[in-house]
Design a protein around this ligand. Structure first.
Ligand SMILES: Cc1cc2nc3c(=O)[nH]c(=O)nc-3n(C[C@H](O)[C@H](O)[C@H](O)COP(=O)(O)OP(=O)(O)OC[C@H]3O[C@@H](n4cnc5c(N)ncnc54)[C@H](O)[C@@H]3O)c2cc1C
Length: 387
């Protein structure tokens, strides 16, 4: 029997699902993506730092990154450049550790290596020799990814999924889902803000930072919250050779972006409220980022903020990992809560959800540990490496 799948939200995750699902669908199946803002002004996927790393504390996240990298490399541009169609650049993440952080970073590197990730570890002396512009006197350890890490153009990736999905007959429609209509244990239709009603057989909640609102329309609670994150674009007059994607021992993130750098920090828990307006929080730069980075990299004393933007992490407050799978009504599925690593994992999530919907189980990579059932069973998978 043919199936009509309705995906709520056409950001990176919803469009990746539409892309893979439309490729796997049987004749007669339909895929409709309902997106309230086709300009994606507030979508996380447009406001992302769009970086990819292999170094994670959760093995499944490593595997999702491996596929994410492989997928993006396969997106060649017209000149045949691998990754060119999504602006992929390879550059390793360098994690810095003080003495008290070394053991867990080392264990993580070991676990990642067992999964095929190539990592170079450094003593403070080796770090100083390799990155002479950096102060290392308080450091005990560094680990840099040797392959499969870097950055890409998140908007291009989302658009690539979208255009592939449309080329395979997925329909994109503008509209805001305000209610999901149920009959017995199933959802039968999505009701839009303009009063229209779309009937479907399966409903996928890919509402990103707003996915908890979508779930609530059928009485389902998911711990995904919109948490503001500010990205600063800064310039430094001194050229710094061979700059990696740096995660400082303080947790501050900084990476090159053409002639500038992007940097960010996770706000204090007590000021990290839900749904804050998307205005950049400049106090984070003044109070946390600048003083810390200037200590680490003396040339950064002269940093200048060129511009800044803010977007929402779709933050899973329970274990900082995506919630992927069926939840609540029999034909309701969620793919949300990726907590800052959703775009790099979007290809693997799209492929997995398409398998689940068409075949009833995962074939390529078992995503069942991400099932929302873990919230009931308590089998949480906590990701420590969230920045
Ligand atoms: C500042 C920042 C930096 C980041 N850095 C990285 C990074 O370096 N690497 C990485 O992999 N990830 C990063 N992320 C996270 C990544 O961007 C997200 O995980 C990913 O974009 C989530 O995609 P999504 O499709 O779930 O959400 P979105 O892109 O937000 O898409 C959700 C869509 O759903 C629509 N929607 C919501 N509710 C409804 C409704 N009721 N009806 C219709 N439509 C609806 C919205 O309009 C929106 O377009 C970052 C995020 C931010 C904010």
């Amino acid at each position: 029997m043919s199936q009509h799948t309705i995906i709520i939200g056409g950001g990176g995750i919803g469009s990746a699902i539409a892309c893979f699902l439309s490729a796997a669908s049987a004749p007669g199946d339909r895929v409709t993506v309902v997106e309230r803002d086709p300009t994606y002004q507030m979508a996380s996927s447009s406001l992302s730092a769009s970086s990819i790393r292999q170094q994670f504390s959760t093995p499944l996240n490593v595997q999702l990154s491996q596929f994410g990298w492989e997928f993006m490399r396969s997106c060649t541009d017209e000149a045949g450049v691998a990754g060119g169609a999504v602006g992929l650049n390879e550059r390793g993440y360098l994690f810095l550790g003080r003495e008290d952080q070394t053991e867990s970073l080392r264990q993580r590197a070991e676990g990642n290596r067992a999964l095929g990730v190539s990592i170079h570890e450094f003593t403070p002396e080796e770090l100083g020799a390799r990155f002479p512009w950096m102060r290392c006197d308080d450091l005990a350890y560094g680990a840099v990814g040797a392959a499969g890490e870097g950055w890409f153009d998140g908007y291009m990736l989302q658009q690539l999924y979208r255009s592939r999905a449309r080329a395979r007959n997925a329909q994109y429609m503008r509209g805001e889902v305000v209610q999901l209509e149920t009959r017995g244990p199933r959802i039968v239709a999505a009701i839009l803000a303009d009063g229209s009603r779309i009937e479907g057989d399966r409903f996928v909640n890919a509402g990103g930072p707003w996915s908890a609102n979508v779930a609530r329309t059928v009485g389902v609670e998911i711990p995904v919250r919109a948490r503001r994150r500010t990205i600063f674009v800064v310039s430094c007059p001194t050229p710094l050779a061979d700059f990696p994607i740096l995660i400082d021992s303080s947790g501050i993130f900084v990476r090159p972006e053409q002639h500038h750098f992007l940097c960010a920090v996770v706000p204090d828990e007590k000021s990290d409220h839900d749904d804050l307006p998307l205005d950049p929080d400049f106090t984070l730069f003044e109070d946390a980022i600048w003083p810390t980075l200037a200590e680490r990299i003396p040339a950064f004393e002269a940093l200048r903020v060129e511009r800044a933007w803010a977007g929402y992490y779709e933050f899973n407050t329970v274990d900082h990992n995506g919630l992927v799978g069926q939840i609540g009504p029999d034909n309701f599925f969620v793919a949300a809560g990726f907590s800052g690593h959703g775009l790099m994992h979007s290809a693997g999530i799209g492929r997995g959800v398409a398998e689940l919907l068409t075949l009833g189980n995962y074939q390529s990579l078992d995503l069942s540990p991400l099932s929302p059932r873990r919230l009931e069973t308590g089998q949480l998978i906590v990701e420590d490496a969230v920045y």
